[in-house]
Write a protein that binds this ligand. Structure first.
Ligand code: NAD
Ligand code: UDP
Length: 311
C-alpha cells in the first residue's frame, strides 16, 4: 500500500484523484486550505479508513512520510486566481518549494499539476510540449501563468540538482462534476446559466477556441504519468484534442439542457488566449496509448446532471 499526498485534494480535480487513488488501494492524505475547494467535495470519503483530511496551506512547510505527492494546490479559474494575485504566485512557487523539499527529504515521487496556460496565447497550433509559449509576464493572468512556469523550473532544478523523481503534467481545460459553480470557468458558467434560465455570457465574439477534457480522462492520465519509469519526467500534455469555439459550446449546452436562455456578448478579458488545442502524441506514446475517450456531449451530460441535482 502506498501513502500518497494530494495537495489541493478538496478541489475539483483533487477530489476525483483522491477517490481514484483510494479505489486503487492506496492510503491517501488530502491537504487543502479550502480556498476554492470544500469539505463537501470529499465528505463521501471521510469514513474511508485510509483517507485523511488535513487543513493546511502549501505556502507553509508540511511534514509527512509519503511515497508519492500530487501537487494540485492552486486556484485554477481566472476569477479565483486573480482575487489575490500575490497569494496565487506564493501558492505556486512557495508551494512547489515546500512540496519538492518534502519529496527530497522523504524520497517521494512528485507530480506537478501544470497547465496549458504556460503556452499563453499560443502562436503554434496545436501546442506540443517543445513550444516555449507566448505569455504576457506582466498581465492579469501572469500570476497564474508565470507562477506555474516558475514551478516547472523548480521541478526540473530539484530533479537535476537533487535527483528528485518528478513528473510534470500540462493539463488543458478540464471539466466535470464538482467544478465550483461560481468559479467563472466557461463550462460550469454556461451550464449553471442554462439551467437557471439566465443569459449565457459569451466573452468576445465567441470565436476563441478551447479543447475540453472530461475529468475521468484526466485522472487516468495523471495516474499513468505518476506510474511511468523514473526517467520520464515530462512535461506531458494531458488534454482532449477536440477543439470547439465558445459559440459552439454555448450551442451544445443549450441543446443538451433544452434551455431557452438567450446569449449575451460581453467584452473579452485581457490576454484571453484565442486558441488552444493539445498535441497529445507524447502522452499517447509515454502513457501506454492513453487518450481521452469521453466526447464533449457525453461529458456535458454528466456535468449537467451534477449541476441539475445541485440546484
Ligand atoms: P480547484 O480550485 O477546484 O482546486 C484547487 C484546490 O487547491 C482547491 O481545493 C483549493 O482550496 C486548494 N488550494 C488553493 N490554494 C491553496 C493553498 N495555498 N494551500 C492549500 N490548498 C490550496 O481547481 P482544479 O480545477 O481542481 O485545479 C487543480 C489543479 O490543476 C490546479 O493546480 C490547477 O492549476 C491545475 N489545472 C487545472 C485545470 C482545469 O481545467 N481544471 C487546467 C490546468 C491546470
Ligand atoms: N468564457 C466565456 N463566457 C464565460 C466564461 C468564459 O465566453 O462565462 C470564455 C473565456 O473568455 C475563454 C474561454 O471561455 O475564452 C475559456 O475560459 P475559462 O475561464 O473556462 O478557461 P481559460 O480561459 O483559463 O482557458
Amino acid at each position: 500500500m502506498k501513502r500518497i499526498l494530494v495537495t489541493g485534494g478538496a478541489g475539483f480535480i483533487g477530489s476525483h484523484l483522491c477517490e481514484r487513488l483510494l479505489n486503487d488501494g492506496n492510503d491517501v492524505i488530502c491537504l487543502d486550505n479550502y480556498f476554492t475547494g470544500s469539505k463537501e467535495n470529499v465528505v463521501h470519503l471521510l469514513n474511508h479508513p485510509y483517507f485523511e483530511l488535513v487543513r493546511h496551506d502549501v505556502t507553509m512547510p508540511f511534514f509527512a512520510e509519503v511515497d508519492e505527492i500530487y501537487n494540485l494546490a492552486c486556484p485554477a479559474s481566472p476569477i479565483h486566481y486573480q482575487y489575490n494575485a500575490i497569494k496565487t504566485i506564493k501558492t505556486s512557487v512557495l508551494g512547489a518549494i515546500n512540496m519538492l523539499g518534502l519529496a527530497k527529504r522523504v524520497k517521494a515521487k512528485i507530480l506537478q499539476a501544470s497547465t496549458s496556460e504556460v503556452y499563453g496565447d499560443p502562436e503554434i497550433h496545436p501546442q506540443p510540449e517543445e513550444y516555449w509559449g507566448n505569455v504576457n509576464p506582466i498581465g492579469p493572468r501572469s500570476c497564474y501563468d508565470e507562477g506555474k512556469r516558475c514551478a516547472e523550473s523548480l521541478f526540473m532544478d530539484y530533479h537535476r540538482m537533487n535527483q528528485v523523481k518528478i513528473k510534470i503534467a500540462r493539463i488543458f481545460n478540464t471539466y466535470g462534476p464538482r467544478m465550483h459553480p461560481q468559479d467563472g470557468r466557461v463550462v460550469s458558467n454556461f451550464i449553471v446559466q442554462a439551467l437557471s434560465g439566465e443569459d449565457i455570457t459569451i466573452f468576445g465574439d465567441g470565436t476563441q477556441t478551447r479543447s475540453f477534457q472530461y475529468i475521468d480522462d484526466l485522472i487516468e492520465g495523471l495516474v499513468r504519468l505518476m506510474n511511468t519509469p523514473d526517467e520520464i519526467n515530462g512535461p506531458i500534455n494531458l488534454g482532449n484534442p477536440d477543439e470547439f469555439t465558445m459559440l459552439q459550446l454555448a450551442g451544445k449546452v443549450l441543446e443538451l439542457t433544452g434551455s431557452k436562455s438567450a446569449i449575451r456578448f460581453l467584452p473579452l478579458p485581457q490576454d484571453d488566449p484565442t486558441q488552444r488545442q493539445p498535441d497529445i502524441r507524447k502522452a499517447k506514446e509515454m502513457l501506454n496509448g492513453w487518450e481521452p475517450n469521453i466526447k464533449l456531449e457525453q461529458g456535458l451530460l454528466k456535468t449537467i446532471d451534477y449541476f441539475t441535482n445541485k440546484h
